[in-house]
Design a protein around this ligand. Sequence first.
Ligand SMILES: [Zn+2]
Length: 173
Amino acid sequence: MLPHLLSLFLQIHLCWMASSSYSNSPCAACKFLRRKCLPDCIFAPYFPPEEPQKFANVHKIFGASNVSKLLNEVLPHQREDAVNSLAYEAEARMKDPVYGCVGAISVLQRQVFRLQKELDATNADLIRYACNEMPQPGRRDTHGVGFYDQNLSFWNNDPYGGDHKTGDGSNLQ
Ligand SMILES: [Zn+2]
């Protein structure tokens, strides 16, 4: 008798779990705030129940009422981006209470500045090399286009492979 009752209880429990499906569970915001999640809940599309920390962070940093107000002020198609940026900012603020995401922006700006300087220096080097070693007509790189160099070397009998000669006949003048 007892095993039968236990089995029945388990079946009822499983049915109840199946019926309280994903759609019926409150969103992370309503669960956190311990309130009923109504069909028109402003938070529900952006704070799914399986991401409780996302709302917890946003609520701690910005406050649920401010987030609700902000979501009502922006256009519906912008709300997801707004929530994602709030979540990003909130998480950064949790990790770095002093600077938040401004700290990350500052690090990236310094990195951009440093890389820009490196790029400028490299471009200056390139220009300098290009001016000092301006390729002359007839000169080719040592790889891939050896045909002309070989011909010039042969023609001029030049140990430098014709590098300092021009291939347009001006060296004959
Ligand atoms: Zn809700």
